[in-house]
Design a protein around this ligand. Structure first.
Ligand code: DQA
Length: 146
């Protein structure tokens, strides 16, 4: 199957960004690990990070043209603000898992609401980089094809 990993704003800073909350792994390290995990299981994974809402939306639209089977997305702060990203994901009809490094439920009130969670296949929050790995494992299981 074909997987797409989307990362939203400020996740390019992983490794140096509030490491007590987000850990010390860089986004490149996370992505390399995921690409290898997909490859080892006979699948392919592409990765895209942007700080711009419209770029994440355009990449989501492109995913349908590319025949992407499943999306893994850490929307960053757009989680809590973006109806447009929600509409894009619904618009292309590609199933997705929402991933957060930190446990958003243990944090500020404004992080308690997600515009994506109720339309996601599932949500993983608070497990650090391991959460991406588990999300891909689940996505591979759910797509059940090469
Ligand atoms: C995050 C949680 C969001 O609330 C925050 O805005 C982020 C990262 C996480 O991975 O824990 O940028 O999505």
């Amino acid at each position: 199957a074909k997987f797409l990993l989307l990362n939203g704003p400020n996740l390019n800073l992983l490794g140096s960004r509030e490491p007590h909350i987000y850990g010390s792994m860089t986004l490149a390290e996370i992505c390399d690990g995921l690409r290898e995990q997909a490859r080892a299981a006979g699948h392919s994974l592409e990765e895209f990070q942007s700080n711009a809402e419209h770029e994440l939306i355009d990449r989501t639209h492109q995913a349908r043209k590319d025949g992407v089977d499943f999306i893994l997305i850490n929307p960053g702060a757009f989680t809590h603000t973006s109806i447009a990203l929600r509409d894009a994901l619904l618009g292309v009809g590609i199933p997705f898992i929402e991933v957060h490094l930190s446990n958003v439920h243990a944090r500020e009130d404004f992080r308690q609401h997600s515009f994506l969670s109720d339309v996601a296949v599932g949500v993983i929050t608070g497990l650090g980089p391991k959460g991406y790995e588990l999300a891909l494992q689940a996505a591979i299981h759910l797509t059940g094809k090469n």
